[in-house]
Design a protein around this ligand. Structure first.
Ligand SMILES: Nc1nc2c(ncn2[C@@H]2O[C@H](COP(=O)(O)OP(=O)(O)O)[C@@H](O)[C@H]2O)c(=O)[nH]1
Ligand SMILES: [Mg+2]
Length: 250
């Protein structure tokens, strides 16, 4: 991926030991809350990489303001338009690798991924290459406010994707994960082919194929309380077809 000349580079921040990669599209309400809650976890060597796709609601400007409030802790990437969740993650994770961060976490901006889980997620990396914050392992779950249909869609979508790709990890579509930098280097994050919703499943598939040690940590996924989801049935269906192709082609 080409980086615009005015984009930040790895030398623009202090040494990040733990990099939190956050893709954003119209998350003006929740991004400041997320950052505040993550900072409150007192994680040594913490830094953020925010990849914003020109959010019409001004999330990009908010990220720049947060970068001023927390000097040396932020890399903010401004892309011109909505280029998709997968490429945003790919770019942010690759930048995290390039900064030399030891532990790299991906999480959404909408507070569905509770920041309180971070210390345990990161410390589990002492004995694993990848830690998946998991809705579908014992003790995990989804927001009790979810209706029956939404639960079924998420559950069976996950079961289907696990079957298609032969993924052992119970939460195959998880977007809340921590990696040791070497793990991301092994799979080569910028080589992922599914750049939409299927991105997370491809990452899970490639981690397993590369023989990385992947463990799960249960958590309860909370529904966003502000902003809108960018997910749809059409996006999920397209991902399913592409994942089937991925399994066939390897
Ligand atoms: N940069 C970028 N971020 C995105 C894009 N689509 C979604 N996101 C972000 O990715 C995260 C997950 O998206 P969300 O809509 O909450 O997906 P859901 O949780 O599956 O409903 C959030 O932080 C979004 O702001 C995109 O096209 N570009
Ligand atoms: Mg969400």
């Amino acid at each position: 991926m080409t980086r615009e000349p005015e984009q930040p580079g790895p030398t623009d921040v202090g040494p990040m030991k733990v990099a939190i990669v956050v893709p954003t599209y119209n998350e003006a309400e929740t991004l400041p809350l997320l950052i505040e809650k993550v900072v409150a976890q007192d994680i040594p060597g913490l830094g953020f990489i925010v990849v914003d796709d020109g959010s019409p609601d001004g999330t990009g400007d908010i990220a720049d303001r947060l970068a001023d409030d927390f000097p040396g802790m932020f890399l903010v990437v401004h892309r011109e338009g909505k280029l998709g969740l997968g490429t945003a993650y790919m770019m942010g994770l690759q930048m995290a690798v390039d900064t030399g961060a030891e532990q790299i976490v991906e999480m959404d901006a909408d507070l569905s991924h509770p920041p309180e889980v971070l210390p345990a997620l990161i410390s589990k990396l002492d004995s694993a290459d990848v830690v998946v914050a998991s809705r579908y392992t014992d003790g995990g779950g989804v927001d009790p406010a979810w209706g029956w249909g939404r639960k079924q869609f998420s559950h069976w979508g996950n079961v289907g994707i696990r079957l298609v790709l032969g993924i052992k990890v119970k939460d195959a579509t998880a977007g809340f994960k921590a990696f040791r930098r070497e793990g991301l280097e092994t799979i080569g994050i910028s080589r992922m082919r599914l750049t939409g919703f299927g991105f997370q499943a491809e990452v899970a598939f490639r981690c397993q194929k590369a023989g990385l040690k992947v463990v799960e940590l249960p958590y309860v996924f909370m529904e966003r309380t502000a902003g809108k989801s960018k997910m749809s049935f059409a996006i999920a269906f397209e991902a399913f077809i592409k994942l089937t192709w991925l399994r066939v082609r390897g």
